[in-house]
Design a binder for this molecule. Sequence first.
Ligand code: PLP
Length: 431
Amino acid sequence: MQNIKKFESRVRSYSRAFPVTFKLAKDAYLYDEQDNAYLDFLCGAGSINYGHNNEEIKKKVIDYLDSDGIVHGLDLATTAKEEFLKTFSSLILEPRELNYKVQFTGPTGTNAVEAALKLARKVTGRTNIISFTNGFHGVSLGPLAATGNSGHRGGSGVPLTNVTFMPYDGYFGNKSNTIDYVRRFLEDTSSGVDLPAAFIVETIQGEGGINVAKDSWLTSLYELCKEFEILLIVDDIQVGCGRTGSFFSFEQSEITPDMVVLSKSLSGFGLPFSMLLLKPELDIWKPGEHNGTFRGNNLAFVSATETLKKYWSTQKFESEINKKSQLLKSELERIVKKHLSADMEVRGKGLIFGVDCRSPDLAKQLADRAFENRLILERCGSEDQVVKFMPPLTADIETIEAGLRIFEKSIEQLTTNSEIQLEVKKRTEQN
Ligand code: PLP
C-alpha cells in the first residue's frame, strides 16, 4: 500500500474504502498479504460473476497462452473471435430469438456506451438523448453526460450537454407512473425537450442505489419508444451476464432493446471486454468509424466462450441463481427488520441487492464494520446510503450464508454503540 499511497493518483477510490493490499483471489474470496481471507461481495462491481480465478475458465486461458494463441490482434479475424461469436449466437441470441449484430468496442464499459450513443445519433440524425435520474453509464464525456451523479459530473471540466434527464421508475414514489410524465414532454411540441435519438436505461440502477425498474415500466418505456420512433438502449453492463437471474436483465419484461451494452462479467474471468449489440438495420457504421486499438480482447474471447459453454448451455445455472436469490432477499429482509428500522428498504433481484439505510453515515459504518469482519461490501446511491450485496453467481448457499452472518454480526456489534442506536431509533420514530 505504501507505493500505492505514494505514487498512485488521488483518483483511486476502492482502495480507500478497503485499505489493505490484496495478494490472491479464489472463488468468492480475496486474500491479503497476511493471508487473511475476505469474502468478496463487491465482486469487481459486477465483473467477477463467476468467482475469482474460476478453475475451468482459467485452464482455457492458460492453454490458449501455452499454444501461442493470438493475444492482441486489433480487430483482425482470429479463431478465438470466430469461436466466441459462434457460441454467443448459438447459446445466447438464438434461444432468446434475438437478432443482433455484435460490435466489439474498446474494453471499458464507457467506450461501449459511447458507441451506442454515437450510433443512435448517427442513425436518427438527432442529438438529444434521454437518460434517467440516478443513472450511471460511465465517465468518459459522452456517457458522463448521461450520468446523474454530481460527484462524477463534477470531474468533466466541460459542460455536459445533449442529454435530458427524466425520472426513473419510483422516483416520485410508487404511486406515480413516470412514463406518463415522460410521455407528456414528448407529446407537447412546446415542452422544450427535443425529440431524442434514444433513451438509455439500466433495468436496475447499480451505482445509482439498486433501484429496480418494474417490468411493466420497462414495457411502457419500450412502447413509448416505438410510438415516437426513439431507439432504446439498455445498459446491461452491471446487471447483465446473469446478475439478475437471466443472461440479460430485461428478459422478464417484454422488451427487445434496439441496442444492448455488455461489459464487466462478459469475459467471465475479469478480463477487460465490452461489446455493443445492435439491431442489424442500425449497423450503418463506416469501417473503423468507432475505432480503438484494444477492440476484442482475444484472451477474453477465449474465457467468455468457455463461460458461455459452462454456465449458459442449460437452464441449471439460472435456476440456481434464483434459489440463492430467494435466500439472500429473505435473510436481508429478516436482518433489517430485526436490527434496523422499518424505513430501511431491501431492494434487488437475482444476486444484486441493496439495503437502503437512508443515512450515508449508517451505511458507511455498516460497510466499514463488515470489512473489519472480513466481508467486502460496496456502497452506492446518490449519497452512498445503500449497502450493496453482490456475491459471485457461482457462490454456494453456504458462502452466501457466511456473508449474511458477518453482516448480521456487524450490525449487532454496531447496535450496541449508542450513536447507532440513536440513529436507528430516530429513523424508526420518523417512520
Ligand atoms: N454502465 C454501467 C451500468 C455501469 O455500472 C458501469 C460501471 O460501473 C459503466 C457503465 C461504466 O463501465 P466502465 O467502468 O467499465 O467504463
